[in-house]
Design a protein around this ligand. Sequence first.
Ligand SMILES: [Fe+2]
Length: 303
Amino acid sequence: MPSISDTKPLATFFVSHGSPRTLVDETPTTAFYKKIGEYARKEGVQGIVWMSAHWETPYDTIEIASNDPNPPKDFVAFVPDEIMDYRINSDAKLATRCHDMLKEAGFNASLNPTATWHQDVMIPLRWMYPDWRSCPPMSILSVNGRFDPYFHLKVGQVLRSLRYDKILLIGSGGGIHNLYTVSWHHIIIHKDTRPRTKPIEGYAKEFRESLNESVVKNEAGPGLGRAVCRLLRHPYFVKCNPTPEHFLPMIYAAGGCASHLDAGYVNAFGGENWEMNTQLNSNFVFGIKRDDRSFFVEDESEV
Ligand SMILES: [Fe+2]
């Protein structure tokens, strides 16, 4: 096995999975998923460890999905047949490896061999690997229901070394995710979440700017970890993310690139799109070389 010093670590990713329409509607977010798929094939990725916003565990626990291949999956609404038939390459061995690393670091971690896989993983996966037969082995981590950002940062830090073994760390959630404010009729009646029918409000603009700056104006390393954890104390955090479970997978992904060993690497904006007026699907890559333009997109936001 190569040592840490003589191999290049993989980047880590935060993806927003958006509404269920993201299964079928192309957006800058789905373009980012496709780029991750291309990157994974180019780098010879051997596995993926997701943190899933839709799986929350109580007290101080974290669970790791250790299903055999083709676990149960749960979607909401209008799933095309070809996606229902998608088989998930879940891998108990990879799960056990993550479990042992987390236990060793003091986490109250346990394996869950009967976990149900949700749309937060299935949506990006279906764009990254349109043919499920080419998908590498995978596992999922739960979000902890106490919503402590430093807990999720540490999970990423503990699993960081997997990056040297061609294991991708991906958090799947959302940048602004407030189901109390979204315009539900866009999806329920019009079945199109992309058109804007209300202006973006000031609080959302401010939070978006703070989020993007925290990621792209910090290099990878401990400063990145501190910056993204501080976002939970942003004056508009609760208005943007009244339940933080969709935000914490971003902290996990940043945690994978928040060591002193990551100094000199940078992070990048991966594009975004708004849905149902108030939901912001933000995407980021962490821990790339300064001259790596493969994920570069212009910030052509509406704000
Ligand atoms: Fe979600």
